[in-house]
Design a protein around this ligand. Structure first.
Ligand SMILES: *Cc1c(COP(=O)(O)O)cnc(C)c1O
Length: 290
């Protein structure tokens, strides 16, 4: 295997990570809407909340983030442990002036409902509110990764990336449709319906941007999420050390470490090989959660 790493952990804004590209297309839309406040949601260690808060600070917008230490899907059960809610991204949220409203742990649906309630509350108080979907996974967010595919160019047999809310994979997958490059997502959630979100986002992006193609199918692997979203896995932690000690590159316990563990396993099984690009989506601040 000839392994390359696309360093989106170094996108450079707000601590880096894949959400910087999405925000490049989300922020103009938010500013154009005339919003005075943004309501977003995520786990307490959300990298999206961190970068969203940085973008709002720079643009002079109020950012209210509704968070849970460990949101989960009831159907799959609540994991018994989680990456710590404090430290890490939480420290950076305070630096950026993000107003965090922490809810008790519950389902993703409860988190979304909590965010909608906060948006209502702010509207009643006179704010013009823009509600951002989880992970910044809107058609604009996916389009950012469609163009990122163009930036990478051809010459790779595989592009492998972490996936969760889906717009990174939707954009990259749609760009490389019909090319010699196969795109594979390693899911950081056990929930298999997340695959449908990727297809839905590809369609919504195609409509928004006037593209003549959309994903009808996508390669997502669900075997590497461990106990669940927001919980480190043995294999993920081993992968973090593996890459760090060979290259100095840091991965994170929630996303990129699990994705890289998946990549190593798939290479070992002979399912992935040749010239491979691991798309490093960032998340390094979570290493400092405590
Ligand atoms: C958000 C995030 C992902 C997942 O990207 P999606 O577009 O939400 O699927 C992967 N890695 C890191 C570090 C992230 O913060």
């Amino acid at each position: 295997m000839d392994l390359w790493v696309k360093r989106d952990d170094l996108t450079g804004f707000g601590g880096g990570g894949n959400k910087g590209r999405k925000l490049e297309f989300l922020m103009p839309e938010i500013v154009r809407s005339g919003a005075t406040a943004v309501v977003c949601c995520g786990s307490a260690q959300s990298n999206f909340v961190r970068q969203m808060g940085a973008a709002c600070a720079v643009m002079g917008l109020r950012c209210v983030a509704v968070t849970m230490g460990l949101p989960f899907e009831p159907e799959y059960g609540k994991p018994n442990r989680a990456v710590a809610a404090d430290g890490g991204n939480g420290v950076l949220n305070r630096i950026y002036g993000t107003e965090e409203r922490r809810l008790a742990d519950g389902s993703w649906e409860t988190l979304y409902a909590g965010a909608a309630a906060v948006a209502e509350e702010l509207r009643a108080a006179g704010e013009r509110v823009y509600e951002v979907p989880i992970g910044g996974s809107s058609p604009m967010g996916a389009y950012a990764f469609y163009l990122a595919g163009e930036e990478l160019g051809d010459g790779f047999d595989w592009v492998v990336t972490a996936t969760s809310s889906g717009s990174t994979l939707a954009g990259l997958g749609t760009w490389f449709l019909g090319s010699g490059t196969r795109v594979l997502g390693v899911s950081c959630d056990p929930e298999e319906e997340n695959r449908d979100d990727v297809l839905r986002l590809s369609g919504a992006m195609a409509e928004w941007a006037g593209l003549d193609r959309r994903l009808e199918d996508v390669d997502v692997r669900f075997g590497y999420a461990g106990e669940g979203y927001g919980v480190s896995s043995e294999e993920g932690l081993t992968a973090i050390e593996w890459l760090a000690r060979r290259s100095g590159v840091l991965l994170d316990p929630v996303y990129s470490g699990k994705a890289f563990a998946g990549l190593l396993d798939l290479v070992g099984r002979g399912e992935v090989g040749g010239r491979v690009c691991f798309w490093h989506t960032g998340g390094v601040p979570t290493l400092f959660a405590r």
